[in-house]
Design a protein around this ligand. Structure first.
Ligand SMILES: [Fe+2]
Length: 448
């Protein structure tokens, strides 16, 4: 069997097999084993007394030196030597002696102990080799930092991604490379990791060798000692700069699109108000009040945006009503009233095909519905009416009553608030009424 094919674990068996060309075979095996074990020198001692054989790798001058070396190991003078040595029962033992190996005399007991230790070391070495192969070839970066945030290990991919030699990073503080704007956030996340033992998707900017900052994303686990104390962390890190740039572009596009939507809404709002100067500014003021009420009700920001935009064009259906009806002072005929009451439905028809991210058309359709089904166009009640429409209804009534109308003078905010308070739960949603009262009385809201 070629030496390359023999695992170091079978070394013991080979020692017993005594092939015909034993010496040559073992010498070759010994040479190869030095590399596998990471030992600087290796020696095989087998047999007892006159039978004793000693085979050594390059680096040993002879048997005497081997014994000197073994005896010196305890004093820390020698390091990383490997010996095959016969135990008292005739079994060869494998010794792996490191600088730190604490023994002063070689006896059978120690041989047994070190023999077991060598098994661990072989196992560890093989695992290390496997791990190195993985980390050396990974695109993502692997690192280990100690409890002070100092690099203990950085994988070779740091060179490819950031330009740093892993050895140069070792001993450097991780935080020294983090962008000042992300410093506090990263520091807080690391502190949290001590408590939670894990780091979840931490995004931050990190300086490369050219002095530019790249966006990185790290996840990892805290390292604890046997008594549970934090002794560092292992981080898996990837370059997300391209993803961040794409996200930024998308954000800019969305902002631009939002601006366009806002512009279109404004244009639509003006279309109605140009025809109906008495209600000019009504929709804008209703939008202001409805937004303030929604905020008071802790409605999420994205939903709130839908309420604001719906309020800004809630009377768009009045475009269908002849202008003279809208500005007519005094009582209205049944026909005129009927036409005016069609405006929610007309507004819905105008907007229903637009794919807003909010139910704008439905909010507008329902803004004259009332809790007790006395509203129009469908006579919906209670939970059948969208919350957004209930908020808009209250804001609409309060603004309309507070302002001048062709058929009556302004009644004032006080009267308007009395009206919604009186009909809370009957016509108007009590949560919307409560929010409206708070907005005026506690927050000092004003239409001006
Ligand atoms: Fe209306």
């Amino acid at each position: 069997m070629p030496v390359e094919m023999i695992g170091i674990k079978t070394l013991y068996d080979i020692c017993f097999s005594f092939p015909e060309n034993y010496d040559d075979f073992m010498l070759e095996l010994i040479e190869k084993s030095t590399k596998l074990l990471g030992a600087s020198r290796i020696a095989l001692i087998s047999g007892e007394g006159e039978q004793r054989r000693c085979l050594v790798s390059r680096g040993f001058s002879g048997e005497r030196e081997i014994y000197e070396c073994i005896n010196q190991t305890g004093s820390g003078k020698e390091k990383n030597c490997c010996f095959l040595y016969p135990f008292s029962n005739g079994t060869p033992g494998l010794l792996y002696l490191e600088k730190i190996t604490p023994f002063t005399e070689l006896d059978n007991l120690l041989c047994g102990m070190f023999s077991r230790r060598v098994e661990d070391i072989i196992d560890r070495k093989l695992k290390e080799k496997q791990l190195c192969r993985i980390t050396d070839n990974m695109l993502d970066m692997i690192s280990e930092i100690d409890e002070e945030g100092i690099y203990r290990y950085a994988s070779p991919s740091f060179k490819n991604v950031l330009g740093y030699e892993p050895d140069d990073l070792r001993g450097q503080p991780f935080m020294d490379y983090v962008h000042s704007k992300d410093y506090a956030r990263v520091e807080a996340a690391l502190k949290k990791a001590v408590k939670n033992r894990t780091i979840k998707r931490l995004e931050y900017r990190y300086r490369n060798t050219a002095g530019d900052y790249l966006w990185l994303e790290s996840t990892g686990n805290a390292l604890l000692d046997k008594s549970g104390h934090f002794v560092g962390a292992v981080l898996g890190t990837r370059n997300i700069t391209e993803r961040k740039q794409a996200e930024d572009k998308l954000k800019q596009s969305i902002e631009k699109l939002k601006g366009v939507v806002e512009g279109v809404i404004q244009a639509m709002s003006l279309t109605v108000e140009i025809r109906d100067p008495y209600t000019a500014g009504h929709q804008k003021r209703v939008a202001m009040l409805a937004s303030a009420m929604a905020r008071e009700m802790n409605i999420p920001e994205d939903k709130l945006e839908g309420i604001r935009l719906a309020a800004a064009i809630h009377d768009i259906g009045k475009i269908y009503v002849p202008a003279e009806f809208l500005s007519k002072p005094g009582e209205m005929s049944a026909l005129e009233l009927n036409m005016i009451q069609m405006h929610p439905q007309v507004g819905y028809e105008i907007l229903k095909e637009i794919d807003f991210p909010w139910p704008i058309a439905d909010i507008i359709l329902q803004h004259h519905e009332r809790m007790d089904r006395s509203g129009y166009p469908f006579g919906l009640g209670g939970d059948e009416i969208l919350l957004e429409a209930k908020i808009l209804a209250v804001a609409d009534v309060v603004e309309a009553m507070a302002s001048h109308r062709p058929y009556r003078p302004a009644l004032g905010v006080g009267k308007a608030l009395d009206e919604i308070k009186k009909n809370s739960g009957k016509l108007y949603d009590p949560r919307a009424v409560e929010a409206c009262l708070k907005v005026f009385y506690e927050q000092g809201f004003s239409f001006d």
